[in-house]
Design a protein around this ligand. Structure first.
Ligand SMILES: [Cu+2]
Length: 160
């Protein structure tokens, strides 16, 4: 019975051998990193649909002024005041020299008011102050610079 047992042993050895067959490596290591989405860069765009108008606040020689001192815009536009030289400057509206109903609108659209209709003092060079005229009534809006009112720094904007 020696032969039989040898055959049996061989069969077991073969079976063991076959069992050791390793499965093919399935996972090919291609970890494709998700491509980084370019950050959607919202430029400093004016409020929806409104055109931006720039007004510089300057010391020109010995004259403090808004440049331009008068401008005409449309309701919904934005006016950006820039502190160019001679600051600090600000933008204040005369409550009795704006259209009826305008004060309520400006109270909501003028950021960081020091007092009603009185914009903050801009001290940093090139600081900008943005006022939206969304929903603003048509008419004339007269404004002035609090520190330089006595020196004649004032302006007028007309909303059409
Ligand atoms: Cu000023």
């Amino acid at each position: 019975m020696r032969v039989t047992s040898m055959v049996a042993g061989l069969a077991i050895a073969l079976a063991a051998c076959g069992g050791e067959k390793k499965p093919e490596a399935q996972s090919t290591t291609t970890t494709t990193a998700a491509p980084e989405q370019p950050a959607a860069a919202p430029a400093a765009a004016p409020a929806a649909g409104g055109t931006n108008h720039d007004v510089n606040m300057v010391l020109d020689g010995s004259t403090y002024k808004y440049d331009p001192a008068e401008l005409t815009i449309k309701a919904g536009d934005v006016v950006t005041f820039h502190n160019k030289s001679g600051g600090p400057h600000n933008v204040s509206f005369w409550t009795d020299s704006i259209p009826s109903g305008a004060a309520d609108v400006l109270k909501g659209t003028m950021p960081d008011q020091m007092a009603p209709l009185e914009g903050p003092l801009l001290t940093e060079p090139d600081a900008a102050y943005k006022i939206s005229f969304a929903g603003a009534p048509t008419g004339e809006y007269k404004f002035y610079c609090l520190p330089h009112l006595a020196l004649g720094m004032h302006g007028k904007l007309t909303v059409q």
